[in-house]
Design a protein around this ligand. Structure first.
Ligand code: BG6
Ligand code: MG
Length: 220
């Protein structure tokens, strides 16, 4: 029996994926890596240093950046990103998600956030969503980031639930792998080809309701 939901944040609750893209593109330009749609998609769900490593590798610049140079680039990206998200308001909640959260609360489900972002507490607060969640998992507290199952496993644990009692929602391929690896039911939101491993998929956040999830799972 499902008792809880674990939410990715960027691209699921918050319309922030576009800001990550703007800020990472500047870094890609600086290191000389060509920006592609594949690179952009592959960064989703991946933590800050991991994303930077992917950008550097995509342009074959690995040898040019040591650890301290990487830390400086990551810091620069985050400073730029923090500026972009400083003006977030509840209007930046993705379509339908507040209604979905209301629906889940009314039905007494337990909710947690499983975001790779160290900026998650700030963003959840800016969006006015803090009161919906029993817990926000600190990504620094898990041994490995998405696609590793650790963060979604922690998102069930903080709710005192078994993985089988939890549904995870994600817009990234790495995140779907993390949910599946943790033994939870995975709901993908976005391109069904990219999120092919999800148990069920929706094109966009506005399509996600409790009933739509039940119907999709039943027809599997
Ligand atoms: C994920 C995003 O939610 O968080 C990634 O999908 C991002 O694009 C990652 O790199 C880490 O975010 P932050 O805010 O800690 O740099
Ligand atoms: Mg995401």
């Amino acid at each position: 029996v499902i008792k809880g939901f674990a939410f990715d944040m960027d691209g699921v609750l918050a319309d922030t994926a576009r800001f990550h893209t703007i800020a990472w593109r500047k870094i890609a330009d600086e290191v000389g890596t060509t920006w592609t749609k594949e690179l952009e998609e592959g960064l989703k769900g991946i933590d800050r240093m991991g994303s930077l490593a992917l950008i550097i590798s995509a342009g074959r610049h690995d040898d040019e950046y040591d650890q301290s140079a990487r830390e400086a680039l990551a810091e620069k990206k985050n400073t730029n990103y923090r500026e972009l998200i400083s003006t977030l308001t509840p209007a930046d909640i993705l379509p339908g998600m507040q209604q979905f959260l209301d629906e889940l609360k009314a039905a007494n489900y337990q909710l947690s956030v499983a975001s790779a972002s160290k900026n998650a507490p700030f963003i959840i607060e800016r969006l006015g969503l803090a009161d919906y969640f029993e817990a926000v998992v600190d990504p620094a507290s898990v041994a490995a980031g998405k696609p590793d199952p650790a963060i979604f496993a922690a998102a069930a644990k903080v709710l005192n639930l078994e993985p089988e009692q939890v549904i995870g929602l994600e817009d990234s391929a790495a995140g779907i792998q993390s949910i599946n690896g943790a033994g939870e039911i995975s709901v993908g939101i976005g391109n069904a080809n990219v999120l092919a491993e999800a148990d069920v998929n929706f094109d966009k956040t506005a399509d996600v309701t409790l009933n739509a999830i039940k119907v999709a799972l039943d027809s599997k």
